[in-house]
Ligand binder design. Structure first.
Ligand SMILES: Cc1cc2nc3c(=O)[nH]c(=O)nc-3n(C[C@H](O)[C@H](O)[C@H](O)COP(=O)(O)O)c2cc1C
Length: 220
């Protein structure tokens, strides 16, 4: 079965975590003879092709990074430009990945996505959720293998079921909330290490000021 994948990430393909995840997912999906094509909305030159692919396909996956607990603005803009389908038979599934580890972060977005296919004249085929993906682009290829292998496995699963069932997604997306004990440990030990790591990373990217600078603070 052919799958049209549309990436709603704003970062260019080479820098995007969504692109890496989609490539791993596609690998699993293609095993056994399925085919897939991916369109990247970060490249506006691909928008017409992506809209045409949406029009002509009845098996669609929209992949996106979580942005402020919902979908990125460019994806919303793209969706607003689509003509809803008048004939039934098209299904849309979603793949949402975010930076924070708790799946609860993505539940608001999931609620919205559940309503979206109907507005486009399509059926809803589930939402795959995964957090803790912020660092994916900062890892080397070897480090990335394990987190990406999980998406390849989900690609295989999707090739068989053609949908993301809620019980499978919930296991994949865990943890829903981090345990209290883990949060306490993080505040004590993890936060100082993270601060150091983020500071170094910012410096490498050319940041010259403090990360906790408050230039507009009134001092109150
Ligand atoms: C503007 C912005 C808003 C974000 N909001 C969230 C959020 O609400 N929750 C979350 O878990 N991650 C959030 N993130 C993190 C991204 O979802 C995460 O780093 C993702 O892997 C980026 O994928 P990309 O490289 O394909 O853009 C945000 C990132 C940006 C840049």
């Amino acid at each position: 079965m052919h799958l049209v994948i549309i990436s709603g990430a704003t970062r260019t393909r080479s820098k995007s975590n969504t692109a890496k995840i989609v490539a791993a997912f596609e690998e699993g999906y293609r095993e056994g003879g399925n085919t897939a094509e991916t369109w990247f909305l970060s490249d506006r030159a691909q928008w017409d092709g992506a809209a045409k692919a949406f029009e002509q396909s009845n098996n669609i996956l929209i992949a996106l990074p979580l942005y402020v607990e919902n979908i990125p603005g460019i994806l919303l803009e793209f969706l607003e430009g689509l003509t809803p389908k008048s004939a039934p038979g098209t299904q849309i599934a979603f793949l949402v990945q975010g930076g924070f580890p708790e799946a609860s972060q993505s539940r608001c977005c999931e609620k919205y996505l559940e309503t979206l296919p109907e507005q486009l004249g399509c059926a809803y085929a589930g939402t795959l959720i995964k957090g803790d993906m912020f660092g994916l682009g900062l890892m080397d290829e070897k480090e990335r293998e394990k987190p990406l292998a999980a998406f390849t496995e989900m690609g295989r699963h999707f090739a068989e079921t053609h949908r993301f069932e809620k019980d499978v997604v919930d296991v994949f997306a865990a943890p829903e909330y981090l345990p209290e004990k883990e949060l306490r440990m993080f505040k004590l030990f993890g936060r100082p290490v993270q601060k150091l790591f983020m500071g170094r990373m910012a410096k490498k990217m050319g940041c010259q000021g403090r990360l906790d600078a408050q230039p507009y603070s009134t001092g109150r």
